[in-house]
Design a protein around this ligand. Sequence first.
Ligand code: PEP
Ligand code: MN
Length: 357
Amino acid sequence: MKNFKLGDKRPIVISGPCSAETREQTLETCVQLAETGVVDMLRAGVWKPRTSPGSFEGIGEAGLEWMAEAKRLTGLPISVEVATAKHVESALKFGVDVVWIGARTTVSPFAVQEIADALKGNDVAVLIKNPVNPDIDLWAGAVKRFAAVGIPIENIGLIHRGFSYFGSSRYRNPPMWPLAFEMRSRFPDMMMICDPSHMAGSTEYLHELSQTAADLRYDGLMIESHICPAQALSDAKQQLVPGDLEKLVRSINWRKEVADDPEFVTALKLYRDQIDQIDAELFSLLSRRMKISEEIGRVKRANNVIILQSSRWGAIKERILAQADKLQLGREFLGDILEAIHLESINRQNSVMNFEE
Ligand code: PEP
Ligand code: MN
């Protein structure tokens, strides 16, 4: 089989079980995935970083044997997660084509450095998942550690799997898309693959997240699949049987990036002009609103009154959220904007009340 090269196929679809559990489950899943014709690379976790000890922590090297067998049977390249130098050594021994760094590992510069040192001089590709916490410098730092030991930049790719978030969200790990855009602007030519499985945490959101990734020009998808998700030893709720994975992948519309049809170009320009105009108005209104907040700060200071008057803020929030339906804006979205505006108003009032001469 010819050596796998990152970037040879875009978009790339990587699929396989969250964990290799038994030989039968691993091979059945991988063979069925290969038969769909929509999968370009197989994946499985053989060492599982689990939040709590005592959960299934992976099958270890036996899983690598099964993956190597899956590679022989299907002709597809294989990928596994590595978290230590020892894992790298085993993965290389079994002919793994791509290793990935898990989200819980990317947060640790010691671990990343150890893996980078172990990979030095090898031509396997490495995919770096975003760290669990929304910290772009940490993600970028991991890329730099691999590049610094001499891994060619074209052998390094990124996997966006969402960020852990303290608050309520319908997703297990909300994507926070702008963070991935920032990463892309730092590494413009690097493959960026979306992992909707770990973002979603549930099969019901896989389609919307995958389509969004396609529309945001991602270079591929990594999606978990299991022959019997209900019995999976890890991530049972988010895995699809191979047949459903095929349907999902076929339903994604990878739209083209540009079109030169003159009617399209004109329509787009008109809409973009409108957006630019609206943005200008929106931000000039925000600027006026902040100046008024400062005036409020001044009168509060003159009367020695505290900044935060929660009943007033509660009333503003309620009044605006009540209009959500009429405005056709989601309550979560409105809530986020209101929070951001409120925070900035408080900061402005604070600087006027405490630091203005
Ligand atoms: C996985 O891919 O199975 C995994 C453990 O993912 P993450 O590191 O994104 O949690
Ligand atoms: Mn998983």
